[in-house]
Design a protein around this ligand. Structure first.
Ligand code: ATP
Length: 913
């Protein structure tokens, strides 16, 4: 092993001054030397120095919105523009005070909008940072994990199928390594990679077979590579147009709310014209009426809407993160709320992914938990399982405890073998691996090719296996493990008591029956086979004419919390489906344990293939369990379900799952066991790989949708109330025959003031509303449903009318009494009415008492603020700006009393419903 390049703090360790650019043309030692590194990577100290020199390994996003720009954007909002027009008009009409106040309020709204958006943006950026892939790299001579952002030139990393290539790399070791470079070169087929230098210097990117480039993905095999360029120095970084762009496209809900906003704006203009006409007819001055009309238009529009939506979605994303669901695409937050089907993998998501070998079944005998090497055939079975294996057992303490690195299925084999005295290191010395055909979920098996370590080691083999005769003159030995059904298709003989027999129908039936018996008890079963190969054989010809050795069965217990989550899905109108590569009987057993299915109906991948496109919808409509499927079947299942109008969440972890994840409404990737490629394709990542987390995220999605509807209901009803006051006041005055000092109920500034407190502040607190108890006891909302679906339109209108009439009644009564504070009473009652309306809007069906009056603390904080602001507006010099007067205690109590009355009406209506 070469020393690590770390000569202490004073030693020179520069990055090459003039970095080589034709890395593909240099051989591995020259490359490593040029980068002042070794095949064991850098030390932390050197890496830190290089990072200081080259910066983090990330692309600068040109699209990131600068805060100043975000603030300026607030002033491009139509509603703000209308307000600014009103302010200019005031100036024109020589009302400096009003103009100044409107400017101040515009500024406040803009600031409020800015802060909400800024927080939202930061929350989204934080979520994005969490999605940065981790890389397996050598530092200080040790293999460890680090964030791809921390890579520097000279780092040596490991690559395996499913990894994103995290920087520009020179390959230094390749085992069937293939990289999919379509994103960079347009070449759709994966390119085989090797480590030898290329003779030519001028070679296009697409043909540099010993390089890997940022932005591409490893589709097969594994390898080792040294980082030659990071961040903006990479080929991808140099192509500005290909930079990752942050998408600011609005989500479907945002679009729908935008439409609602526009409709309200139109309504506002119509109402404003009405008021203008009415005022003029009643003899008001054109100037005053113009200003009033503009203010009314503004009062109708819920200014806070866009900011509240962005903010609520981002806040929801953070809440989901706390429940282990990492949102990668913001629209997912709202789509989750309407999910009707969750398609889940079995292993690791529904089960614990903690495999334990419980049965070894050789062709001759069937013995319980292996204990010592009673039977050489068992030893042979285990040894083959250990050699055809990429996992490692890593000791965690001196007491003999260990941890499995790698695939749990393979780890279970290592543990069982170690318990029987067979250690991987020893076996590997005797039979070193020379090549391999990695596992993939289509073939559902893997094969390794081994050479003989030498005559001395043959003796050890003989001890273990009793004989080495199974590889008589063989140069090479192929070992295969995988799904039994598929394995038998490439097997022609059976190894019985040291002899190969023909695999006839009787044997086949016996093996399959044994396999079914194990699987129907929920066990995962692997078949193991071998083949002596006299000479080197093309890898694609290796997996045929194998000799069957036996079966290994392991249990993987269901996660204890999943059954409850499945039950929650049922009450929430969501159908959970299991889609697994495992045996149908294993799948069916686990699905029944978890309540995913009651019957034993299982559809297999083969049946999906036979069914054809016409019969597919029927199959997916009736079965909850799909077994022996490959990733392309997942794609078929998603497509069929979506064609039936379902909103589908689908989990996946492998490279080949990416298309299905993209096609699903919500692609869900695994945070622990998933590949980078699957994560890149997903909308959401489960940080704990747990099915329960999907259900939790769906619940949060529903809460967010509820809260946004709540805000719309609250804001629109409040605005209806204000418009009613403005429209009905002139009628009331002229019908009552009272002397008409003014036809204008509320001054423009008062309306703006009210909007600031209600839409701006109270509305915000709706985003903090905790889940309603019934949230997972009702069916999902249909994505096609409008915002006001389910009777909400009617509720909004009547609450709005009651608000308007109560305030109008109070103001009218004061006016009739000749009391000058009539207008202040109307403004204050509207403010207090909306405070109580906010409390009543907290739940659609449950009473305020049952959900806990104080359970939304943020709302109470904001209520205190709003009441405080209103008191300031009445009792401080602010009142001069707002045209208000001091109220008596009785006046205040009256305003509060009206609010209580409204709350009573809202709660009464809930009780009636
Ligand atoms: P899911 O998470 O979708 O339930 P799965 O683990 O059931 O996935 P795969 O990992 O594709 O599905 O495994 C399918 C089959 O492939 C298993 O039933 C097993 O027979 C075989 N298999 C799994 N892992 C390995 C492995 N490491 N080596 C060889 N064969 C394997």
């Amino acid at each position: 092993m070469q020393p690590i390049v770390d000569g202490g703090p004073t030693a020179p360790r520069p990055l090459p001054a003039a970095p080589l650019t034709a890395w593909h043309h240099e051989d591995v030692p020259t490359t490593l030397a040029a980068l002042t590194t070794t095949s064991d990577g850098l030390s932390d100290t050197v890496a830190a120095e290089r990072r200081a020199q080259c910066g983090l390994n990330e692309l600068h996003e040109q699209q990131t919105r600068r805060p100043l720009l975000m603030l300026l954007e607030q002033f491009t909002n139509v509603m703000v523009l209308i307000l600014l027009a009103a302010a200019l008009l005031s100036l024109f009409l020589d009302k400096q005070l009003e103009a100044g106040a409107i400017f101040a309020i515009v500024g406040l709204f803009a600031l409020l909008g800015f802060f909400q958006e800024y927080r939202a943006e930061r929350a989204i950026a934080a979520l994005k940072r969490l999605s940065v892939p981790h890389v397996r790299a050598y530092r200080n001579g040790q293999l460890g994990e680090l964030s791809a952002r921390d890579l520097v030139p000279g780092d040596v990393i490991l690559l395996e199928a499913g990894n994103l290539v995290p920087a520009d790399l020179r390959i230094i070791e390749s085992v069937n390594l293939r990289i999919q470079e379509a994103a960079l070169t347009g070449e759709s087929l994966p390119i085989s990679k090797q480590s030898e230098a290329l003779a030519q210097q001028a070679v296009p990117l697409a043909e540099r077979r010993n390089m890997g480039y940022l932005g591409t993905t490893v589709s097969y095999g594994r390898g080792r590579a040294v980082v030659v360029a990071t961040g903006m120095q990479t080929e991808l970084g140099k192509i500005a147009t290909m930079l990752q762009q942050v998408s600011h496209a609005p989500t479907p809900l945002q679009q729908r709310l935008d439409r609602v906003g526009k409709q309200l704006a139109v309504a506002g203009i119509v109402v404003a014209l009405l008021i203008l006409g009415l005022g003029l007819v009643m003899g008001e001055s054109l100037g005053a009426m113009l200003l009033t009309a503009i203010s009314v238009a503004v009062a109708v529009i819920p200014e806070g809407l866009p900011a509240v939506v962005t903010f609520t979605l981002a806040l929801g994303g953070q809440r989901m993160l706390r429940r282990q669901a990492l949102i990668r695409k913001l629209p997912a937050v709202e789509t989750l709320g309407s999910v009707t089907i969750i398609c889940s993998d079995k292993t690791g998501t529904l089960t614990e992914n903690r495999m334990t070998v419980t049965r070894l079944v050789t062709t001759g005998t069937m013995v319980a938990q292996p204990n010592g090497l009673a039977d050489h055939e068992q030893g042979l079975l285990l040894a083959a399982g250990v050699l055809c294996n990429d996992a490692e057992l890593q000791p965690t303490s001196d007491s003999g405890a260990y941890r499995i690195l790698g695939d749990p299925t393979e780890g279970a084999l290592l543990v069982a073998a170690a318990n029987a005295g067979l250690l991987k290191a020893e076996l590997q010395q005797a039979l070193p691996r020379v090549s391999e055909l990695p596992f993939d979920s289509e073939r559902k098996r893997m094969t390794t090719l081994h050479a003989r370590g030498g005559a001395a080691l043959d003796q050890r083999l003989a001890q273990v296996w009793g004989q080495t005769s199974f590889m008589p003159a063989a140069e090479l030995l192929a070992l295969t493990k995988g799904a039994v059904d598929g394995l038998l298709e490439v097997t022609s003989q059976v190894w019985v008591h040291g002899q190969a027999e023909v695999l006839d129908e009787a044997w086949r039936a016996k093996i399959l029956a044994e396999n079914s018996a194990l699987a129907s008890n929920g066990m995962r079963v692997l078949g193991i086979a071998f083949r002596p190969l006299p000479t080197e054989t093309a890898t694609e010809l290796v997996e045929r004419e194998l000799i069957f050795l036996g079966l290994v069965a392991m249990i993987d217990p269901p996660r204890p919390e999943v059954a409850a989550a499945v039950a929650t899905c049922r009450t929430a109108g969501i159908r959970p489906l299991m889609i697994t590569g495992d045996h149908p009987l294993t799948a069916s057993y686990i699905a029944r344990e978890l309540g995913i299915t009651q019957d034993s109906m299982v559809v297999t991948g083969a049946e999906l293939d036979q069914a054809g496109n016409a019969a597919l919808p029927e199959l997916v409509a009736h079965s909850n369990v799909f077994a022996r499927v490959s990733p392309e079947h997942k794609l078929k299942i998603v497509a069929a379900l979506r064609s039936q109008g379902h909103v589908v969440a689908m989990t996946g972890d492998g490279v080949n799952d990416a298309p299905a994840l993209k096609q699903a409404d919500i692609g869900v990737a695994m945070g622990i066991t998933g590949t980078d490629v699957a994560r890149e394709a997903s909308d959401m990542v489960l940080r704990d790989d747990n099915f329960t987390t999907i259900v939790a995220a769906v619940e949060e999605g529903r809460v967010i949708y509820d809260n946004l509807r709540r805000f719309v209901k609250f804001a629109v009803a409040g605005n209806i109330g204000k418009v009613a006051v403005m429209l009905l006041w002139p009628l009331l005055i002229s019908l009552s025959g009272l002397p008409s000092t003014t036809m204008v109920a509320l001054l423009p500034l008062q309306l703006l003031w009210l909007n600031l407190m209600t839409d701006g502040l109270l509305g915000l607190s709706m985003g903090f509303e905790p889940a309603e108890r019934s949230v997972m006891q009702r069916p999902p909302h249909r994505p096609s449903d409008g915002i006001f679906a389910g009777g909400m339109a009617w509720q909004t209108i009547w609450v709005g009318m009651v608000i308007g009439l109560l305030s109008l009644g109070a103001g009218g009564w004061y006016y009739w009494q000749g009391l000058s504070q009539w207008q202040t009473v109307m403004v204050t009652s509207l403010a207090f009415l909306q405070v109580f309306q906010a409390l009543g809007t907290r739940s659609t069906s449950a009473s305020l008492w049952s959900i806990g009056i104080f359970s939304n603390r943020v709302m109470w904080g904001i209520i205190v603020l709003v009441v405080g602001l209103q008191l300031l507006a009445i009792y401080t010099p602010l009142s001069i700006f707002l045209g208000m007067q001091a109220l008596t205690l009785f006046d205040l109590l009256l305003c509060i009393g009206l609010g209580v009355l409204l709350l009573g009406a809202i709660e009464g209506a809930k009780a009636l419903r």
